[in-house]
Design a protein around this ligand. Structure first.
Ligand code: GLN
Length: 300
């Protein structure tokens, strides 16, 4: 933007909101404000004060804002532009190469908090397909005594995980959850297993932010979205202590299929299909019932 051309903050945000609306961005006003706060280097509440006081962005910040809005209008995800994503109580570093955590997964997090409330002083918690480490970090923060293991098979994603988990005791492990014999030292020792696997059925129609910027490997779960979930159920059967709980996120078309996978394993009770914050079918939870942790893993 040419020097001195920027209007007041309020005016540039209004113009940016119009640009984003026209580009089909789902929450144009919120994104325009968040990017203005980012460009100005303040948080959103301080931004409101600046707006009310007739503040004008310095030219360099205005130019930066203009670029950010242009990128967002091209449907680059907001979180890639700010470099962060909020998930429950944590803020994660994200960008190209890692899945941006979604609000719908906070329903799984809330359920997992309930499990941790009744856990002992040092539960073992595993987050499979951890991506940026969202669930692992939020759970580690909630229960400082928990031993948290975060697993993902993407080297690119794990760079973000490592960065996000720095200074925590979270153990990070690179592995494909469908590989045989994963982490046998966890057999019969895990109190809580959570997983937000790739589960979108191939060919599903996605917003550009998702289709063009999230790693496809983190999104798609085969033709029916169920290519990873049976392996997660099998690991839950093997790893969970009797009474331990598993929560698996799934596509909104695959609640029944996920319940069926857990039922077929023959080692879970309390199998419950649950919804996300918008009421869509989103995750299934179950409790490991028997004392025999190795039984019927292959059937799951
Ligand atoms: N819920 C995500 C989306 O709709 C997909 C998450 C996933 O595949 N794990 O974009």
């Amino acid at each position: 933007m040419p020097s001195g051309q920027a209007g007041t903050l309020r005016e540039v945000i209004r113009a940016a909101t119009a640009t984003l609306t026209q580009a089909g961005v789902a929450s144009p006003r919120a994104d325009a404000e968040l990017l203005a706060a980012h460009a100005a280097g303040v948080d959103r509440s301080r931004l409101a004060v600046l707006e009310l006081s007739g503040h004008r962005l310095p030219d360099a910040d205005a130019a930066r804002y203009h670029e950010l809005i242009a990128a967002r209008a091209r449907r680059v995800p907001l979180q890639h532009l700010t470099g962060t994503a909020a998930f429950g109580p944590v803020t994660l570093q994200v960008g190209p190469g890692v899945f941006v955590p979604r609000p719908e997964t906070e329903a799984l997090l809330e359920w997992a908090y309930g499990v941790l409330e009744h856990a002992g002083p040092s539960p073992v918690v595993v987050d499979l397909c951890t991506g940026s480490g969202a669930l692992a970090l939020a759970l580690a923060e909630r229960h400082p005594g928990a031993a948290v293991v975060a697993v993902d098979d993407s080297a690119e994603a794990l760079e973000y995980t490592r960065c996000n988990a720095a200074g925590t005791g979270i153990r990070i492990h690179r592995a494909d959850v469908t590989a045989a014999g994963l982490l046998p030292e966890l057999d019969g020792r895990v109190d809580l297993l959570v997983c937000n696997p790739p589960y979108i059925p191939e060919g599903a129609c996605l917003e550009p932010e998702v289709a063009d910027h999230d790693p496809h490997h983190a999104l798609f779960g085969g033709p029916d979205g169920m290519s990873v979930i049976p392996a997660v159920a099998a690991l839950a059967g093997r790893w969970l202590v009797p009474g331990g709980a598993v929560g698996i996120e799934h596509d909104d078309t695959t609640a029944d299929a996920t319940v069926a996978v857990l039922r077929r394993a023959g080692v879970f009770g309390d199998i419950v299909a649950r919804t996300d914050l918008t009421g869509r079918p989103r995750f299934v939870t179950a409790v490991r019932s028997g004392p025999d942790n190795s039984r019927r893993e292959d059937d799951a």
